[in-house]
Design a protein around this ligand. Sequence first.
Ligand code: HEC
Ligand code: HEC
Length: 194
Amino acid sequence: MPIFKYFLLIFIGMIFNLPTTANTTAQVSMLVNSCVVCHGNDGSSLGPATPTIAGMRRFLFVKAMQEMKSGKRPSTVMSVIAKGYTDNDIEIMADFFSTRDIVRYPQTFDAKKAQKGKVLYEQYCKGCHNIDGRVESLSNIIAGQWIPYLRIRISEFQHTDYSSPIMTSTLEYFVQNNSEESLENLIQFYGSYQ
Ligand code: HEC
Ligand code: HEC
């Protein structure tokens, strides 16, 4: 085929996150079955401190797994779990979870705080995290994640060595101009997205 068609196909594959390797269904289920116990059916979590990983962009999934495996990113259980998987296993699981639809289960939230959070979100977060709660290719989905998990994740950027120059400085700037407590309004806003 003409060379440009070949590149076009590769490009389309990249856009749609098409699996790069063919794996048997049995192999895929065997791998992901041990994840869905905690992460929920197809990766949509039933809470409260486990994130939804359905629909997580492929390369971010791989990055998160590798960072937790190496201990670069703080975690409670995942550093141990991730050590049990090879790079190839991680790629296979990334193909699976990145192509699942996200299901947002209802959770209780404080409507007043969420309303205040919406205003703050528009001012401080929307520039990078769009209405879908997804940074274009930069972070996992935030909107509709479990509130306790969001609290943990945000405080990791603030209070651990996990280096995210962007988020750590954004949160510092936010707290300077508002208060530590008003972060909760943002968390309630993102949690209210169902
Ligand atoms: C015992 C429960 C449990 C199991 C089993 C488990 N996870 Fe997790 N996972 C968590 C928790 C809790 C976190 C949050 C980080 C932490 O505290 O370890 C997490 C975080 C993650 C993240 C980061 C998501 C983000 O938003 O950055 C990914 C990716 C992930 N897990 C993938 C997997 C995969 C793949 C498997 C199966 C091989 C798996 N997990 C099995 C509980 C679990
Ligand atoms: C300048 C761009 C930028 C702005 C503004 C920004 N973020 Fe982020 N955010 C990022 C990037 C990049 C990441 C991924 C960081 C990482 O995982 O190392 C991220 C990650 C996150 C995560 C973790 C998601 C996951 O993968 O589990 C949360 C939660 C979050 N941001 C909340 C917020 C909130 C709340 C605001 C508003 C106060 C905000 N962000 C403003 C760029 C931004």
